[in-house]
Design a protein around this ligand. Sequence first.
Ligand code: ADP
Length: 497
Amino acid sequence: MEKYILSIDQGTTSSRAIIFNKQSQIISQQQYEIKQIFPHDGWVEMDANEIWRSVSSCITAIMLKTDIDAQQIAGISITNQRETTIVWDKRTHLPIYNAIIWQSRQSRDICNELKDKGYDALFNYKTGLKIDPYFSATKLRWILDNVKGAQDLADDGHLMFGTVDTWLAYKLSNHKLHVTDYSNASRTMMFNIRDLKWDDEILSILNIPYSLLPDVYPSSYVYGKCSVYPFSNLNVNICSIAGDQSAALFGQGCYEVGSVKNTYGTGCFLLMNTGNKIIESDNLLSSVAWYIDGKPTYALEGSVFSAGSSIKWLIDEVKILSEASLSSEMAKKLDDNENVYLVPAFVGLGAPYWDDMCRGSMFGLTRSTNDNHIVRATLESIAYQSRDVIDLMLKESNLVLNSLKVDGGVTKNDFLMQFQSDLLQTEVAVPKSSEITALGSCYLAGLAVNYWNDIEDIKQTIASSKTFNPQNTEAMMDYYYDGWLLAVDCCRKFKRN
Ligand code: ADP
């Protein structure tokens, strides 16, 4: 009887279930969209019950539409949007507030207060993160402050906190499991990535009772039985939990120290495997990438705010592009950028600039600048921003880049992938699988139940579909990059209010 892994990928806009076979091929998939709620400017929430319903519907639908018997599922894996915060009452199993999504800024004041009290360095050393509303800790504090009676319920031991993985494991196990993995825990800003446990001092600063927190286990681990249809009376287990970026790093086969992946979606998420070393950095974040075989592997992380979203801007607002897929050909019509640069600081700039206040700018326009120049400048800006982060990663880690593994919707753009390879003077590899995050999570589950014996076994199934190698000289690319640095500098000088 052939066996399969069922991966659940719970994201910011949709939930997905995918069934993989031993050759890492997708046998079937099911997806449902989820509604985002925007109660105030800068707040982003979701109905936690809807998150669960979408996942449970995906599981039911995928199992009904394939002729795979539930007993043929060797294990279930969970990968998820990180940092998103849910609090529920363990007596009713009901959330006491909406899920607060990672993008939401409603706990900004709590963060400012912590910074004013001078806690920056302490939090950074212990958690590898910067004090920011992005991470779960202040979202949890916000719920305890703003939902009537919540702090008392928490103090009396009635509440549970979880990121989305924890919530899903709780529901999938019919309310038996209150668990998370090291990768998700390390994005909460309450977890000490050195001691690998919830940090008492931080919990006390935030006045968060320990009883709220889930138990933390390895990313590849038999967590417990799945008790929902069609697995209710079977022995099918949840065998892995990992945050989405960790799962993508794993799915890309970035197992060696110094290997880097870049996911090009709405923004870019860059992660570098730093092995057993935590890189202390003022500008980048350190987290546990995964925990397997009794030891953690750390990652250094940086992100680019505007990538695919700038392509969408060209389509929706500027209206010089009718669809994203045309952008590569338009850019290729020019042999050179002719010194036209776009700095897509629509919401400010992330690492290494961390400038909230600057806004998008365009430079070098002449009377002959046309739509091709603007499209090309937009695509180039994605590559320049990625190089900004990678240069910093290499500097801070003292490591060398041998190859960049890439995934995400924007990697369909051949012009950009070639330009990125030239700009980094390194190979850029696009994987065969279009579902790298779910695949990484599937690998982690497979390792826990000996579906695959070890990482060597998995490596046999990883395949690149396309690689790009440098075709332009380093001197030429440095000239382009100098233009970008100058453009960023000028952009940051233009500030109003
Ligand atoms: P996310 O997971 O963040 O929603 P995806 O990985 O699904 O993102 O990628 C979607 C993004 O990819 C969109 O912003 C879209 O504009 C961009 N995109 C899709 N195809 C292309 C292309 N051929 N060239 C450039 N950008 C593209």
